[in-house]
Design a protein around this ligand. Sequence first.
Ligand code: XUL
Ligand code: CO
Length: 438
Amino acid sequence: MPFFPEVSEPIPFEGKASKNPLAFKYYDSQRKIGSKTMSEHLRFSVAYWHTLMGNGQDMFGAPSFVRPWHIAGGDPMDRAKATMDAAFEFFQKLGVKFYCFHDRDIAPEGATFAQTCKNLENMALKAKELQKSTGIKLLWGTANLFSNPIYAHGAATSPDAHVFAHAAAQVKHAIDITHELGGENYVFWGGREGYETILNTNFKHEQEQLARFLHMAVDYKKKIGFKGQFLIEPKPKEPTKHQYDTDAATTLAFLREYDLIDHFKLNIEANHATLAGHTFEHELVVASAVGKLGSVDANRGDLLLGWDTDQFPIDLYSTALAMYIILKQGGLGSGGLNFDAKVRRPSIETVDLFYAHIGGMDAFARGLIIANNMLNDGIFDEFLEKRYSSYRSGFGELIMEGKATLEQAEQFIHENGLPKPFSGRQEYLEKLLNDYIE
Ligand code: XUL
Ligand code: CO
């Protein structure tokens, strides 16, 4: 019995004129954009936690989604197996090549740590078979170090070394499973790695613990020969008040401070950017500028709400600018676009999961087309080229070569007078961007 009977075939590409809501209008997986297909550029991934595990529960109300795979059997392992069958049916029907999970998404916790590990191993065996028979791959795995109450004071940053050890043991096992499943990356997101009040927190100690924890993971990765990319996902707050991996710049500074920079890239999430008071493209460009943009959690927030709403991306300005930055750096490498997004609580039907993902995939496919046209026309690049041209000769060239001194600057100004005002042309450029959005 299929879990998604409303969709019998993989979602087709039908083009812009189609009125079929269960068809792509822009995402044509095999269409070439430059030298790569859309599927190769976009590397879409489904987030197991929202799409398969989400039940519509929020802080004010009970679950609103009745998922047939959650009902199967009384045994949590039977439920986990049914959920995984539903997952792979969904991935195939949607036509995505990747998925992502937390250890606790795919397998239930047992009464002991050993039982929990066993459950995860058993579910990984099933995942391996399904990956093999469908060709669907694991974009990244991660450990859930935030749901269990033992992590209430933090995991790697807990004041209790016993908790640190538990988190480290859990991460070891999650890396093992990710490695076993051929995961292309492994993500660290520290939801509880932060603090609420400085009165009970030794900030420096916690930072050092976090660094030690990550070094231990790097050592283990080398030891077992895991070739996937380690990624850190910044977020400023929620659930903690001050999360240590606040934003891209803070995380990069932390990685440099503790000699971890060579071993990590960043997984940038749109809604985490807005929570940090940044735009999505700001976070992407900060990471990309230093070669550290590794992957993306594709979603959107609500600018009027101060929490992580994790909505599906639909804003073409945002997807176009994101793809512009991604294309400029030559793609995401082993990373991808993971829909860390959930349908709204009243969107209770399983078909809503298809509408949500199709909308997100079409929004990024359009973003890719727009960004590719912007790059090919070269107007934006030409503009930048001219804007900074004074640094290619004369005193500007000296500055860039690191040869200019303050005394020379003084002499230059005496000889050349005051700089002339010029326009930033923001409105011209914004209008130009609009011209690319069809
Ligand atoms: C939480 C979040 C996580 C990470 C993985 O805001 O984004 O789901 O993506 O732990
Ligand atoms: Co995320």
